[in-house]
Design a protein around this ligand. Structure first.
Ligand SMILES: Nc1ncnc2c1ncn2[C@@H]1O[C@H](COP(=O)(O)OP(=O)(O)O)[C@@H](O)[C@H]1O
Ligand SMILES: [Mg+2]
Length: 140
């Protein structure tokens, strides 16, 4: 477990750049924390460092955004915001196929909404609002 406090959105994205280097094959990364805690900001940092084609709009209303990337172990990034969905909606998105693809990177906001469907090796980053420009990130 590692705890880091960032003092700006830019610092959070810098952390995301470093984090991208440590992503493994077929990884699901879960982002937990209240609205405005910085989950999407961190994910945008990952997308940027993978050179995914922007804009990196939040998938709050579309639920899922898919990005093709050119990377040694990743060919597709899925950014999913599970805030408004449940298990059956997740199935409808094609979750079963998506997690079979070992070259997919899945970045998931609000994992607590679909906890039962998560693979055991999913990683977790917890975000906490400290003040206007500070956030605490806990990596486990
Ligand atoms: N240290 C920080 N880390 C991340 N975001 C920050 C930070 N300080 C301020 N912010 C701002 O907080 C907001 C976080 O929003 P967002 O990333 O969409 O949160 P979430 O996806 O968790 O709802 C952004 O407007 C961002 O600019
Ligand atoms: Mg978000």
């Amino acid at each position: 477990m590692k705890k880091i406090i960032t003092k700006s959105a830019k610092e959070t994205q810098q952390l995301a750049f470093d984090y991208t280097k440590k992503i493994e094959k077929g990884q699901v990364v879960c982002f937990q924390g209240e609205l405005g805690a910085g989950k999407t900001t961190f994910i945008q940092g990952i997308l940027k460092s993978l050179n995914a084609k922007g804009p990196y709009t939040s998938p709050t209303f579309v639920i899922m955004k898919k990005y093709d990337v050119k990377h040694a172990i990743i060919d597709t990034v899925y950014h999913i915001d599970a805030y408004r969905i449940d298990h059956s909606a997740l199935f409808d998105l094609g979750w079963e196929e998506i997690i079979q693809n070992k070259k997919a990177l899945i970045l998931l906001e609000w994992p607590e909404k679909i906890e039962k469907s998560l693979p055991k090796n999913a990683r977790l980053i917890k975000f906490k609002w400290i003040d206007e420009n500070s956030r605490e990130l806990v990596f486990s």
